[in-house]
Write a protein that binds this ligand. Sequence first.
Ligand code: AMP
Length: 464
Amino acid sequence: MCGIFGIEDHEDAAHYAYLGLYAQQHRGQESAGIVSWDGERLALHRGMGQVADIFPAKVLKRLPGKMALGHCRYSTAGTSILANAQPIVVKTSMGPLAIVHNGNLVNAVEIRHRLEREGSIFQTTSDTEVILHLMARNPREDVVESLLIALEEVRGAYSLLLMTDNCVIAARDPNGFRPLVLGEVSGASCFGSESCAFDLLGAKVVRELELGEVVVARDGRVESYRVSHAEAPSRCVFEQVYFARPDSQVFSDPVSRARLAMGKSLAREAPAPADIVVPVPDSGLFAALGYARESGLPLEFGLIRNHYVGRTFIEPQQSIRHFGVKVKLNPVRELIQGKRVVLVDDSVVRGTTSPKIVKMIRDAGAAEIHVRISCPPTRWPCHYGIDMPTREELIASSHTVEEICDFIVADSLAYLSLEGMLSCLSGPKESYCTACWTGEYRVDISAEDRRQQELFPIRAEEYD
Ligand code: AMP
């Protein structure tokens, strides 16, 4: 779970990278970094925390040049320390290289162990560094060739941006797990995880990178290459369900449209005897609107979110968690009192949040609470870059829908079916990754990587 942004051939490259990250802050709040190139040297600044705090004007001034890459991070591989913040910058025989990565490789530990046995020394515990090592060991006159060799070895999810002393390179894995968009602003090429970054900059979306495509932006021109092996398309549906901003286009689909459609399907599949529809803000907003439109029930903002808390699950520190969900949400009693409520949220993960919200709504005087979730029960952890707890911690892996309903003390509970969810997306059903609901992993995780994940699970402790 990360946001990336890159720009080539623009006078204000670092400022644009900053704004590109600002718009994508929801994709990771643990650390952020920007690297720029001014024709002579790479300038790098990284810090823990949020973009606005890490990059005051005086810091941005120290990032000169016409090329820049930026990254905001939430760790899904590697520990939460500054050394693992990106961009990662190295010197190779091909010149300086900087990299940012969204996604999770599934054979990085295996490759790393092999390279370490052969003498490589790693600076970080992040899976991304493996790509740089593979490139450094296979230098070519054209750095793109070296990257293509490295990408033949790695498996899993990557949307990558690299910067050399003369170009910005974007690469998307052959499964297309994570989004990556090519844009244009004042004649310069830019790349970002989500189109909402381009809206802020006044940039035009040119297109999404194709699966297995490598795009090189050099001297204001763009060239396209391919990773030679093909894989089954596996776009992550969770981006559409939860992670991406609703004002973004992801996988060439407006997220708002997909979420509205999910809410409508949910209303058809799981109607409820209720008076009002209440969204769990912000993630449940669009699905609740869809539910309300389809059911004909009024949408009421019965829960208000404190926007200054941030997306708490993305905050790996434990400092605010004792306050629980109250710090984030507060009910509007006047709207809820005496009402039969359909409460719409995007997902139940561990099941720690839902009982607290249900209780909050009940305490505010609701007569009945019917919980509706706009995706199927989440039963399997993600190996491809979404932060999910282990299987044991996912409530739906060991409890039936009825049991979860009892656990959250709702009057009824229903999830959107897999079919219903997939029918809300514009691409063919088989082109999406549904592993967290079905356990069908399209790309196997290596034994060594699995062992590492089990030994050192990287995740937010609790995010209620
Ligand atoms: P939980 O208490 O674990 O069931 O949290 C569910 C809430 O966290 C829902 O309101 C979701 O919007 C949000 N959420 C969705 N995906 C994730 C995730 N990968 N990790 C943590 N929280 C998530």
